[in-house]
Design a binder for this molecule. Structure first.
Ligand code: M6R
Length: 609
């Protein structure tokens, strides 16, 4: 959601900024804009739509000079998708340009005050208010003006600011939205995430909330918004350029679906010993005594991460015998939740920046829960907020539709449940057996991925249908929800996922001739019941696409189409059952001609509540 890249150095920065912001396109946006300082004057170019439209404008004007600049992709919150509302915004007196991610919550009150002082606004955004406020407070020092303005502001922000009166200076700050400063040789590249920095330098400082950094070609200084100096560690970005490039694939989503076996091998590496029935999770070790006493687990997430959390609930109850709940972080946060003694709250998130999940995590912590993270992005806000946690290690996920992060989340939750179960009651043999099975998942996924052409053919048969159902039971009820979410978010086909048993309580009314119903019908405790639900759909003319266990020939009598997955214990089956549904969703979106990696209206990381 929104992206920022900024540059200070000795090179003309237009191309550096455009290359950087293109690497952040995956975050989701609807307009973009670039500001540079040249001969002490601001030049600002903005465009609605893709960054390519901004590039066309820049080319038409013969390029935009300047060695200090910033660029932004906007995902509209305040005000429609127009050029006037696109960032950068400028003030009307000093010559200040600002780009901003996040939301200034008290912008309306500030705007009224600024209007009373005679400022004229040309957009509907909260960011323009911030630009005017910095201009209003400017007394010859940009860093002080930014600090003073941020002391007046409530809400979340990552900002980058430049000013005509200080043409070699860039000031950046953060609270709630991520921002990092890449430290190169005589040059600095600031960005919302490492993908925009890594081709220039692998050294970066990660800003903490309320940090303000003043950067010039000669160096940088970090302070708080109250001007207290801050010392920062330089981090090594653990990111390879090839991880954020498409290679031979057509889309990042496709690349990430096919990367899942490799990603999970990374997730597992060094984290268990099947022969000894031991799970080794360094991120939990310091809290082992506390965690063993856990009486309740509350799993929090949104979207795909919530579906992983729902599977986590089954895992913690089944494998660790701990009462557990999973819920929308956004609902937990505002419903006065009860947190009893020895409650562990687990935030599940790919980005570690999702505002709803972060707010719920803080709420749970304030109410006395021990907090844990199941997060992909190292050093993200949630990773820093939690008491303990286990990283996914699946590598950067660029596709907006989450795929490898989902399997990473489920795999980590499985290991966590086994880690706890083993410390409470589970014997080494039982634990070892499941770990051995877990270890087979990457190879079994490869088998499923080799059936891509068959999955595509099946998808072709149904791709014109506008309404689909996804049904499963037990562990695979959340997996069915995930299948439906994948299909709807990139192909714009209406899809509902639900427990197979729930269908007859209402949704069955939707079933008409030829309606596709994807059933997760692997061999498990409720197999017979799922078969009955399949009959109910067929009796009403629905077409059944079954995800079934290899060797189940019987299912062919009940389903129009079958996609087989290898046999695996039920508690691990979501890790396999989700894969054909990801492939189907991908093919459906491509067949319908949609931009798979940039689905309409969606942002990769949703940093507003
Ligand atoms: O970064 P997070 O895992 O916290 O994101 C949560 C959801 O926004 C995310 O999973 C979303 O639902 C995906 N686009 C689904 O593919």
């Amino acid at each position: 959601m929104c992206g920022i890249v900024a540059y200070v150095g000795s090179k003309h920065c237009q191309n550096i900024l455009i290359e950087g912001i293109k690497r952040l396109e995956y975050r989701g946006y609807d307009s973009s804009g670039l500001a540079t300082l040249h001969n002490g004057k601001l030049i600002i170019t903005r465009a609605v739509g893709r960054v390519a439209s901004l590039e066309d404008k820049l080319e038409a004007m013969g390029g935009q000079p300047g060695t200090v600049g910033l660029v932004h992709t906007r995902w509209a919150t305040h005000g429609g998708v127009t050029e006037f509302n696109a960032h950068p915004h400028r003030d009307d007196r000093v010559g200040i340009a600002v780009v901003h991610n996040g939301i200034i919550e008290n912008y309306a009150a500030l705007k009224t005050l600024l209007e009373e002082k005679g400022h004229k606004f040309s957009s509907q955004t909260d960011t323009e208010v911030l630009a005017m406020l910095i201009g209003e407070l400017y007394e010859g020092d940009l860093e002080s003006a930014v600090q003073a303005a941020l002391r007046e502001v409530t809400g979340a922000y990552a900002i980058a600011v430049i000013c005509e009166r200080e043409p070699e200076t860039l000031v950046v700050a953060r609270k709630g939205s991520p921002l990092m400063v890449g430290v190169g040789n005589g040059e600095y590249v600031v960005a919302s995430d490492g993908a925009a920095i890594i081709s220039h330098t692998s050294q970066a400082i990660m800003l903490d909330d309320y940090n303000v950094v003043k950067i010039t070609p000669k160096g940088f200084r970090t302070s708080t918004i109250h001007n207290v100096p801050v010392t920062h560690k330089i981090h090594q970005l653990e990111l390879e350029l090839e991880e954020i490039e498409l290679g031979a694939f057509s889309h990042f989503m496709q690349k990430e679906i096919f990367e899942q076996p490799k990603a999970l091998r990374n997730t597992f590496r060094g984290r268990f010993n099947s022969d000894e029935g031991r799970v080794i999770l360094g991120g939990l070790a310091d809290h082992a005594k506390e965690l063993v006493k856990t009486k309740r687990v509350v799993l929090l997430g949104q979207g795909t991460a919530l579906h992983a959390a729902m599977i986590g609930r089954y895992l913690f109850e089944d494998l660790a015998k701990i009462p557990s709940t999973s819920e929308f972080a956004s609902e937990f946060r505002y419903r006065n939740p009860i947190i009893e003694e020895n409650t562990v709250a687990i935030a599940v998130s790919q980005s570690g920046e999702t505002a709803d999940t972060l707010a719920a995590l803080v709420e749970a912590k304030d109410r006395g829960a021990v907090t844990m993270g199941v997060i992909n992005v190292v050093g993200s806000t949630m990773a820093r907020e939690t008491d303990a946690g286990v990283y996914l290690r699946v590598g950067p996920e660029i596709g907006v539709a989450s795929t490898k992060a989902f399997v990473g989340q489920v795999a980590v939750l499985t290991m966590m449940a086994l880690w706890l179960g083993r410390r409470r009651f589970m014997g080494a043999n039982d634990c070892g057996d499941l770990l051995r099975q877990l270890n087979t998942i990457p190879d079994k996924m490869e088998q499923i991925l080799s059936l891509d052409a068959q999955v595509k053919q099946i998808t072709e048969r149904y791709v014109e249908r506008e309404n689909w159902l996804f049904l499963g039971r037990g562990y695979n009820y959340p997996t069915a929800m995930e299948g439906a979410l994948k299909l709807k978010e990139i192909s714009y086909i209406h899809a509902e996922g639900m427990p197979a048993a729930e269908m007859k309580h209402g949704p069955i009314a939707l079933i008409n001739e030829g309606m596709p119903a994807v059933f997760i019908a692997n061999r498990g405790k409720q197999y017979e019941k799922v078969m009955s639900n399949i009959q109910e759909v067929r009796a009403r003319g629905g077409h059944v696409i079954a995800i079934a266990t290899e060797g189940d020939n019987e299912i062919k009598h009940y389903a129009e189409d079958v996609m087989y997955i290898p046999d695996i214990p039920e508690c691990l089956s979501p890790l396999l059952a989700v894969v054909p549904m990801q492939m189907m969703a991908y093919h459906a979106a491509v067949l319908r001609g949609h931009d798979v990696d940039k689905p309409r209206n969606l942002a990769k990381s949703v940093t507003v509540e």
